[in-house]
Design a binder for this molecule. Structure first.
Ligand code: PLP
Length: 350
């Protein structure tokens, strides 16, 4: 959790945030303040919509419903990018994918994508494998085909990540990873082009969803409200944590993330027992770092536990052999220092 979270939960209770009506001015003020701070963090230009949903997974479904009549294209290199693709299949679209193994990236500029693909889906940071793709390369997809809608899953790269909205139509994330908040809130930034596409699909009789169609979200957004009774507490807390991040300065947060990631990979590259799972340093994630262990993850997790630290294990099939370290702004310098010391002291079995 972000270090100031407890303080903000207390102030929420004190200010009745959990019981205010979601059609009143008190809520609208919270709503506007949070959206304003999100726009500041990511430098979102005028003309983009910001919508609140319930999770990253919900964002995937809403994006397919609202922006794809028939065909989307997905770059798949792990469990979350695969989920986006599977969502399109389940919604009876006919998506295409380029799928590579866990730990690998893509040569975006080289991809021949069918002319009739309406949307391209890219996962900025594949949390299951620790691959972070270079967005400058992703933008070439949009430069080559300005009419396509480019959607970026940024769930585990925010708030570190930044975007060039000249080339991005949709960015979405949830808040329980990089923002260090309780789960239950998704945020989607939507270009006017993507919004208009949704209106066109609706006119053409496509099912674009009900209460969370882009149209329904926008109708309420005009009144600084949401269609449903939203996660008011989550929206409030996100606004407060964004304010804290802005006060620290996004540039310095991004620099610190880079420095910490570099330090972790440096430790791993010279370690006798541990190594980075992603071999190509150009696509190594700055925010989620999977580690190969040579005696299994359990041993290292146990060793860490004895030193008072909880280490995460690898994703799904990699649980037994990998560790995963997150590098988020919520981690204090003391925690990071302790982590580095711990990693360098992993005992040898021999
Ligand atoms: C966690 C995650 C998701 C899913 O987000 P939820 O909020 O759990 O639905 C999607 N994409 C990526 C890259 C993730 O790390």
């Amino acid at each position: 959790m972000y270090p100031t979270l407890a303080k903000h939960i207390e102030s929420a209770l004190k200010n009745d945030v959990c019981s205010i009506g979601h059609r009143g001015s008190a809520f609208s003020e919270i709503y506007n303040a949070t959206i304003e701070n999100i726009k500041k963090i990511f430098d979102v230009p005028d003309g983009f919509h910001v919508f609140f949903l319930s999770s990253g997974t919900e964002c995937m479904e809403r994006i397919i419903q609202n922006c794809v009549g028939k065909k989307s294209f997905h770059f798949v290199n792990g469990a979350f990018s695969k989920r986006f693709y599977d969502t399109a299949v389940l919604l009876k679209k006919t998506p295409k994918k380029l799928e590579v193994d866990y730990g690998l990236g893509f040569d975006f500029a080289e991809q021949a994508i069918d002319e009739d693909c309406e949307l391209i889906a890219v996962t900025h940071n594949e949390t299951s494998s620790g691959v972070m793709v270079d967005l400058r390369q992703v933008y070439t997809l949009k430069k080559n085909r300005p009419n396509v809608i480019l959607a970026i899953d940024a769930v585990s790269s925010v708030p570190y990540s930044s975007f060039d909205f000249d080339y991005v139509d949709i960015v979405f994330f949830s808040v329980q990873k990089g923002f260090g908040m309780p789960a239950g809130l998704g945020v989607m930034i939507v270009s006017e082009r993507a919004f208009q596409k949704s209106l066109r699909l609706q006119l053409e009789n496509h099912v674009v969803g009900t209460y969370h169609s882009f149209y329904a979200l926008d109708e309420k957004d005009k009144k600084s409200q949401t269609p449903e009774t939203p996660n008011v507490l989550g929206i409030y807390l996100l606004g407060k944590i964004c304010a804290d991040l802005l006060e620290r300065g996004m540039e310095s947060i991004r620099r610190e993330t880079d420095e910490r990631a570099a330090r972790l990979y440096e430790i791993l590259d010279s370690h006798s027992k541990l190594s980075a799972f992603v071999k190509n340093s150009a696509i190594r994630s700055k925010t989620v770092i999977p580690i190969l262990t040579d005696n299994g993850s359990e041993e290292v997790v146990g060793f860490a536990k004895g030193k008072g630290m909880v280490l995460g294990t690898g994703y799904g099939p990699f649980k037994k052999e990998q560790l995963r370290i997150s590098n988020f702004p919520s981690h204090t310098p003391e925690q990071f220092k302790k982590l580095c010391e711990l990693l360098t002291k992993i005992p040898s079995k021999d």
